[in-house]
Structure formats: structure tokens, C-alpha cells
Design a protein around this ligand. Structure first.
Ligand code: ATP
Length: 198
């Protein structure tokens, strides 16, 4: 599977729509300090579902919307799309898959897969065990290697589980156990009601 393209509008320093094409091989992004190189990796992380604004170097969610400059008024919307050439790695029947996240200054947030609105959970599920998720190893930021080496054993285990492709099954197990617990609680309630009626 290949990441073909990134499109961003209103995200951080990108007041105008930008399109970055990723060809085969290595793509290097170069530019002066403060020109927005890290904002591009932030955009990738964000569209993959990052929820922790500090991991995007902000303090409030609206920090990711273009805040204006001497020449430009602030924008009220940020939108980022990643377009993948899907060789079957993503569990959907589309050769090209576009994942989009949009945030309005009002705080409203939207996610899309191929322009159809979806939930954040669908984005997580789409990338589960592909190694591309927002908390996966596919984006290694500055100081990240040091963090990983110094992390607690349980955190380090989570990295390996994601890489080994078992996170999806752990998530499903957690959901199933919760459903079982809820069902057991409901059964107890039904039994109580039946006893009261008898
Ligand atoms: P360096 O080489 O120093 O790491 P960089 O090229 O990675 O720099 P970034 O950190 O990606 O640069 O970009 C920082 C720039 O983005 C700053 O000029 C900052 O003002 C701008 N910026 C960040 N958030 C916003 C926002 N919400 N609105 C407008 N500009 C923003």
C-alpha cells in the first residue's frame, strides 16, 4: 500500500490548499526553520485520529486551524486528507482510499472515508494493525526514539503489539468482555424483577 497524496487546507500554517504527492521511493521535505515541515507530519498524525493536542504541539484543539497572519485573516475550518493506493491492506473494497478529518472553529469535528461521513472509531478500525495508526511506529518524531527506549515495559509492549498486529484482537476482546459484563448485569436485573413479580 502506498500513501499517494496529502491535501491540507486551513491546517496550522497552510492557509491555502496544499497538495503533496508522494512518489515511489523516499520523499524528503526541506525548508527553513519555521516553514511548516513538522506541520506536515502533524497533519498526517491528526488525520489518522490523534486526539491529544499536545502531540500536535498545541494546547487547544483550535490551535490546528490557521490563526491568521499579517496579510491573512484567520480561517474557521481545517481539513486534511490522506489518499492511499490500497493493495488490499485496508479492509475496504476500494483501490483508492481517501481519509479526511475536518475541524470547525466551533469545535465540531468530522471524519470521512472516501467522502462518506464516518466515526473516529471507523478510522481507527480501518488502520488497525496496518502499522499506520496515529499511535503506531510509522511516525517517529524528534526525541521519539529516546521516549521509546526509556518507556515503561507495558508501554513498550503496546508498541510491539501494534507492530505485531494483535492490537485489533485485544480491542475486540475488550469490547466483547464489556458486552458480556453488561449482559450479565441485565440478566441479574431481570432476575430481580422476576423475583419481585413472583
Ligand atoms: P523547524 O525546522 O524549526 O523544526 P518547521 O519547518 O518544522 O521548523 P513547523 O514547526 O512545522 O516548522 O511550523 C511552525 C510554523 O507554523 C510557525 O511559524 C507557526 O507560527 C506556524 N503555525 C503553527 N500553528 C499555526 C496556526 N494555527 N496558524 C498559523 N500558523 C501556525
Amino acid at each position: 500500500m502506498q500513501l499517494k497524496r496529502l491535501e491540507a487546507y486551513g491546517f496550522k500554517s497552510f492557509a491555502d490548499k496544499i497538495t503533496i504527492e508522494f512518489d515511489h521511493g523516499i520523499t524528503a521535505i526541506v525548508g527553513p526553520n519555521g516553514s511548516g515541515k513538522s506541520n506536515i507530519t502533524d497533519a498526517v498524525r491528526w488525520v489518522l485520529g490523534e486526539q491529544n493536542i499536545r502531540n500536535l504541539r498545541g494546547t487547544r484543539s483550535e490551535d490546528i486551524i490557521f490563526a491568521g497572519s499579517a496579510q491573512r485573516r484567520p480561517l474557521n475550518i481545517a481539513e486534511v486528507s490522506l489518499i492511499f493506493d490500497n493493495d488490499g491492506t485496508l479492509p475496504v473494497d476500494f483501490r483508492e482510499v481517501a481519509v479526511t478529518r475536518r475541524l470547525y472553529r466551533s469545535g465540531e469535528s468530522e471524519y470521512f472515508i472516501n467522502r462518506s461521513r464516518c466515526r473516529l472509531k471507523d478510522i481507527y478500525q480501518l488502520f488497525a494493525d496496518t502499522g499506520i495508526g496515529h499511535d503506531g511506529m510509522s511516525i517517529i518524531g524528534q526525541n521519539r526514539m529516546e521516549d521509546i527506549l526509556n518507556s515503561r515495559p507495558e508501554d513498550r509492549r503496546a508498541f510491539f503489539e501494534e507492530t505485531a498486529g494483535i492490537t485489533k484482537f485485544r480491542d475486540r476482546k475488550r469490547e466483547t468482555v464489556k458486552k458480556l459484563t453488561d449482559t450479565e448485569a441485565n440478566l441479574l436485573r431481570v432476575q430481580d424483577i422476576m423475583q419481585e413479580i413472583e
